[in-house]
Design a protein around this ligand. Structure first.
Ligand code: CMC
Length: 393
């Protein structure tokens, strides 16, 4: 059996070597391949960040054009997948639908399932990144009873997604460049975050040799929970539930009550104990987007800012080092640009697919990697005699 360390929740276990993302939780630093997230969010775009995560360097102009071309070629889904959607209830949560559809991709793309073939690994990576916006938008269209929109490859990654979400075949879709840019930035801010629960899930699933489509479906499942990616949806529901600034103190006393399990959603992080640099960019983007959309004095943004101010001065949050995380402000931007609340976590999944894929490929290519197999501390009964059914009580 041998020795092992007991570390519930893996608070102090390093599970792999990685060159992709660096986080300094005390300083509030996040780097992708050495580049600061604030620089990337300000000066790059999502396709460049995806390329960076996958390949280790920012692309040259030629490399970027080629990458975009490659991704665009894979944006459609197999037509048979449209019938797959019709098996779901219309009122299903789009995360449930995405989990199922992404898992089902391995039933359609048989020529990119061989994880030992670098070419097939690459095609699977491109397919997943390219198809996620299509799959996500189809989940939304199905839920509102509108026809699916085919992708349009002359649009940007974010723009294409917006058109597939909000466009209809009956008329031409008019792109709002402010919304397109905001969407692109949000995607960048969610692209990767080293060994969080969903990424570790993708690696663990992949460590057995499972195919990449199945692994990403596992990642989506893990992301869905409210402690992780589901927090962006939970934050908005929380703010709407609180409703008014005057209700903040009563809400916070529930949060601080040991016997009440209410948490301030969008606050706290396992690694960041100073601030979440993504939240800083998100807050700024939130103001910019609302201003350029001409939205003055959004009540939910006011409520969120007031909540942040109060919490940051409150002993409970200060002593526990709880700060706003990436999910605190993202929902307010999503809402301002018309994204329905149930799609928030789906968008997180669309963006994080690049990180998951980069991490999965790094693991497959790492000669040190082996199947993930944690141990346990057994606290059950010791061996005892078998009891036949007539003697059981
Ligand atoms: N509200 C109130 N109390 C909190 C919160 C919160 N949001 N977060 C942590 N605490 C308290 C917790 O009760 C505990 O107190 P005590 O030591 O007295 O038992 C202490 O702070 C440490 O919390 P923990 O749960 O042991 O810390 P963790 O590292 O296991 O959890 C977390 C990290 C993100 C799950 C947690 O902070 C949380 O539940 N936050 C709310 C959900 C959220 O916003 N999640 C998004 C995370 S960032 C992006 C992402 O991954 O999607």
């Amino acid at each position: 059996t041998g020795m092992f360390t007991y570390d519930p929740g893996f608070t102090s276990t390093g599970s792999c070597e990685s060159k992709i993302t660096y986080i300094d939780g005390d300083q509030g630093i996040l780097l992708h391949r050495g580049y600061n997230i604030a620089d990337l969010a300000e000066r790059s775009d999502f396709m460049e960040v995806a390329y960076l995560l996958l390949n280790g360097e920012l692309p040259t102009a030629d490399e970027k054009a080629e990458f975009i071309h490659t991704i665009s070629r894979h944006t459609m889904v197999h037509e048979q997948i449209t019938t797959f959607y019709r098996g779901f209830r219309r009122d299903a949560h789009p995360m449930a639908v995405c989990c199922g559809v992404v898992g089902a991709l391995s039933a359609f793309y048989h020529d990119s399932l061989d994880i030992n073939d670098p070419q097939q690994r690459m095609i699977a990576s491109h397919r997943l990144i390219a198809k996620m916006p299509t799959i996500a938008a189809m989940a939304y269209k199905y839920s509102v009873g509108q026809p699916f929109m085919y992708p349009q490859n002359n649009l940007s990654y974010a723009g294409n997604f917006l058109r597939m979400m909000f466009g209809v075949p009956a008329e031409e879709y008019v792109m709002n460049p402010v919304i397109e840019k905001a969407m692109d930035r949000i995607l960048m801010l969610h692209a990767d975050h080293e060994q969080n629960a969903s990424t570790s899930t993708v690696r663990l699933a992949g460590s057995s040799g499972a195919n990449p489509f199945a692994c990403i479906a596992a990642g989506i499942a893990s992301l869905w929970g409210p402690s992780h990616g589901g927090a962006n949806e939970a934050v908005l529901n929380m703010l709407q539930h609180i409703g008014d600034k005057k209700n903040i103190p009563a809400f916070l006393s529930r949060v601080k009550d040991k016997n009440d399990h209410t948490r301030l959603m969008g606050f706290g992080h396992r690694v960041y104990k100073n601030y979440d640099p993504r939240a800083t960019v998100m807050r700024k983007t939130c103001h910019e987007v609302l201003a350029s959309l001409g939205i003055k004095g959004d009540p939910l943004l006011d409520l969120a800012m007031e909540m942040e101010q109060i919490a940051l001065k409150d002993d409970y949050f200060v002593s526990k080092k709880l700060y706003p995380n990436v999910d605190f402000y993202s929902g307010i931007i999503f809402r301002a640009i018309g994204i329905p609340v149930t799609m928030f976590t789906v968008l997180f999944a669309v963006a994080r697919t690049t990180g998951w894929i980069a991490q999965w490929r790094e693991m497959i290519e790492d000669p040190q990697s082996k199947i993930g197999r944690p141990r346990q501390l057994y606290t059950g009964l010791t061996e005892r005699p078998y009891v036949p059914i007539h003697a059981r009580k």
